[in-house]
Design a protein around this ligand. Structure first.
Ligand code: CTP
Length: 209
């Protein structure tokens, strides 16, 4: 999964985030260039997808979840790189909401499906599941707890407050955590280079499967 999701408030407005899709597309491109057959389920992105990958657009968390479920059976590796909204408006309005007479507006939000956790929980034999953890504090601690809670094989953790890391940059600074307790701390590098480092670890995990 790649990019940010858009959760409708009404037909003209949505809740979303700063995801560009650059990190996820970099992983897709790196995998395709190694000969993998790649399907990307992409939400909102600000950059073009790489060539040689199959792109399915799914804008909301629930659309993305449905598309992932359709595609998953043929997959051997799932990489959840999307910034999926954790909450969506509980009842999107069918018509444009008007502001007349309202000084205060309250939106009720409900939890979206956790695509990564669902994929991991319902995984078929041999599927490897990779997640991302974008954090501002206690990066490794939160990333490790995500790995345990969601039963992941690899987590790519990054501190989005660091210069050169995070949303919409072409570079990233990450630590790759493995399920056996490994911590690979990587320096600043392009997202494309990081994509190859992630795939190198995936290949190592496959070798011990
Ligand atoms: N993810 C997902 N579906 C969601 C939420 C997150 O697939 N509804 C995936 C992301 O693609 C990413 C990882 O889960 O790989 C991020 O983990 P998460 O704990 O959900 O991070 P946050 O959404 O940042 O949550 P929190 O605010 O609790 O840190």
């Amino acid at each position: 999964t790649v990019g940010g999701t858009r959760e409708a408030i009404d037909p003209v407005r949505f809740i979303s985030n700063h995801s560009s899709g650059k990190m996820g597309f970099a992983v897709a491109e790196a995998a395709a260039s190694r000969g993998a057959s790649v399907t990307v389920v992409a939400g909102a992105t600000t950059v073009e997808p790489p060539a040689n990958v199959n792109v399915i657009r799914a804008m909301s968390a629930s659309e993305m979840h449905a598309a992932v479920k359709t595609e998953l059976s043929s997959a051997t590796i799932f990489v959840g790189a999307a910034a999926v909204a954790d909450y969506a408006p509980a009842n999107a309005a069918n018509a444009k909401i008007k502001k007349d007479g309202r000084d205060v507006m309250t939106l009720e939000l409900k939890k979206t499906p956790d695509i990564l956790a669902e994929v991991s929980k319902n995984r078929h034999n041999g599927l490897l599941v990779v997640g991302f953890a974008a954090e501002t504090n206690d990066v490794i601690g939160y990333a490790r707890s995500k790995m345990e809670k969601k039963g992941l094989d690899l987590v790519v953790a990054n501190d989005i407050t660091k210069d050169g890391a995070g949303f919409n940059t072409d570079t990233n600074i990450a630590t790759i955590l493995t399920r056996s307790g490994g911590e690979i701390e990587l320096p600043l590098m392009s997202k494309r280079e990081l994509a190859d480092k992630i795939l190198d670890e995936v290949v190592k995990l496959r070798a011990v499967e």
